[in-house]
Design a protein around this ligand. Structure first.
Ligand code: NAP
Length: 521
């Protein structure tokens, strides 16, 4: 099977064999993807000239309905997508649900908030500005949709959610999309886009897809476009320094690596509710999607006196993980996405081993229903570093697999400072029953994180998960995490709108304001 590219109004096959997509359990090639010969400049131009005007002619309310119809198409084909996620990504049912339902759920969420924006075609942000005693001359700020293409370059670990969470914000804003899923797991994105295009609700040129290498794509972006990238920090810095991106001041948003923190409060005791919730969360984050989540807990900080208790509790919990082929119902953790990444994870564990010892993992290991030579499994691996102050690699290397390092802290301030040594992360979680510490931790961790989740017993069952990105909350983080922002309700539309101050006679300013949807973004 060869994945095709949907560009310039039709499905086109790239030349040559292209890259292979592999089943990470069986080691068999299941498809190929190539963009060889695709005219990227023409693809972008078609999106700008056909898709953009068609979407901008629709109101926010009409575009919200479009998001709803896309979600319906995805929901109707859900079972088939689960099989693809199992075959190409080695997902368990839970892993696949997070990705697939996360995609349709985010579309529905943006459909619902878009409905509230009604018939408007642009947004008003904030109130009227006066410049003196006489209010005849005034100003407002409006946001209008950008007139280019949203170029979405996505990571391999969320071929559904990563695709649709970005499309949701761009489409609601009135901006066409050219999406490039990561090649290794592009099959799911491809099948989904095929179904959505076949459903016939998306205007021509609005949704475009390339499967395979991006090749010269970014050389053709211009001042009208917006590039939203998700992937490693190294690729992010390469792409943001593309000459066309720099010279033409192209909007660029990056969601990248992270050494996310979870912290157990100094008030915790072995067996206290927050202690148990913390242990459950660290184990869950290590095993969901085999730890291949940008938000997964990489560093777990606990009061020094509790280090042995936490290590023991995590060891007991992780011992219940069944690693193997997710087609077997007893399996609770699947493989790493491919052999190359498996080797990367094993190398990363060896590097962390210079500063940390193994609590769980290492040694002999036999995945269920899989040949270790052909498959790409890594067992859950918990490391322990007793001297995080003197360590360096545990704060620097993101090992993108079922791997976490447990570390002690002596004072809360030291814990916050150690967390900040990750150089900027997406998310931190704090487990404490102490309200005062909860507040201090939220503010202490805030400068180096995009989201802080503060958990006590009262929200233990309701909380959405350290690593789960909810569309109503901002997703992104400073520094190494990319310095970007996605989602966050209406805030997610900012990237796809140009903000403009309009100054003039108060009646004219009022008339412009009356036609806008009133929001604060
Ligand atoms: P990656 O190797 O950086 O690739 C990301 C995307 O960039 C892929 O689509 C890749 O395409 C593309 N790409 C690579 N080189 C390119 C180039 N020269 N020009 C244009 N596109 C290029 O990352 P990954 O391995 O897919 O994902 C893992 C990383 O993503 C982890 O570090 C993880 O933390 C991070 N991540 C972050 C988030 C977040 O929301 N912050 C979410 C998920 C993952 P090909 O596949 O064709 O090479």
């Amino acid at each position: 099977m060869k994945l095709q590219n949907y560009v310039s109004g039709g499905w086109t096959e790239g030349a040559g064999d292209g890259a292979a997509l592999v089943d990470p359990v069986k080691g068999e090639i299941i498809a190929h993807a190539s963009t060889e010969g695709i005219d990227m400049a023409a693809a972008l131009d078609h999106a700008r000239t056909k898709g953009g005007p068609a979407l901008r002619a629709m109101s926010y309310g009409e575009r919200a309905a479009l998001l709803g119809s896309i979600a319906e198409t995805l929901i109707a084909n859900r079972d088939r997508y689960f099989e693809i996620a199992q075959a190409n990504s080695g997902n368990t049912k839970l892993d696949a649900a997070i990705d697939i339902d996360g995609g349709s759920g985010t579309l529905k969420y943006y459909g619902a908030i878009g409905k509230g924006l009604g018939d408007a075609h642009y947004l008003r942000d904030g109130g009227f500005e006066r410049f003196g005693k006489d209010d005849t001359f005034q100003a407002i700020h409006i946001r209008v949709p950008i007139q280019g293409v949203a170029v979405h370059i996505n990571a391999f670990n969320f071929p559904s959610w990563g695709l649709w969470e970005k499309v949701a914000c761009a489409f609601l804003s009135g901006v066409p999309v050219l999406a490039k899923p990561a090649t290794a797991t592009a099959l799911l994105s491809y099948e989904m886009v095929k179904d959505v295009i076949a459903a016939g609700t998306v205007p021509e040129g609005a949704l475009n897809l390339i499967c395979g290498s991006a090749r010269d794509l970014l050389d053709h972006v211009d001042r009208r476009d917006a590039v939203a990238f998700t992937g490693s920090a190294d690729t992010a810095s390469l792409l943001r320094s593309n000459p066309a991106v720099i010279r033409k001041s192209v909007r660029f948003n990056a969601e990248a690596d992270s050494l996310n923190t979870s912290m157990l409060g100094p008030d915790a005791k072995a067996g206290s509710p927050e202690f148990d919730l913390f242990v459950r969360e660290v184990a869950r984050e290590m095993t969901i999607k085999a730890g291949q989540k940008c938000t997964a807990i990489r560093r777990a900080f606990v009061p020094r006196a509790l280090l042995d208790d936490v290590a023991g509790a995590l060891e007991a919990r992780l011992a219940k993980t069944v690693v193997g082929d997710p087609r077997n119902e007893s399996v609770t953790m699947g493989p790493i996405v491919d052999k190359g990444q498996q080797q990367g994870v094993l190398d990363g564990i060896a590097t962390l081993g210079r500063e940390a010892r193994t609590v769980v993992g290492g040694g002999a290991f036999a995945p269920v229903d899989a040949d270790p030579d052909k498959s790409a499994f890594v067992p859950p691996t918990l490391l322990r570093c007793d001297d995080p102050e003197g360590a360096s690699v545990v704060h620097e290397i993101e090992v993108f697999g079922p791997v976490s390092t447990l570390m002690p802290y002596d004072t809360p301030e030291q814990g916050f400072a150690l967390s900040a040594r990750g150089e900027g992360s997406l998310v931190a979680s704090v487990f404490t029953g102490d309200d005062k510490f909860a507040g201090e931790a939220a503010l202490g961790l805030a400068p180096s994180h995009g989201r802080v989740m503060v958990i006590d017993d009262s929200v233990g069952k309701l909380q959405t998960g350290h690593g789960i990105v909810m569309p109503m909350c901002v997703h992104g983080g400073p520094g190494r995490a990319g310095g970007g922002e996605e989602l966050g309700g209406l805030r997610g539309l900012r990237f796809y709108h140009q903000r403009l101050a309009v100054q003039g006679n108060k009646e004219r300013v009022q008339a412009l304001a009356d036609a806008a949807a009133e929001v604060t973004v």
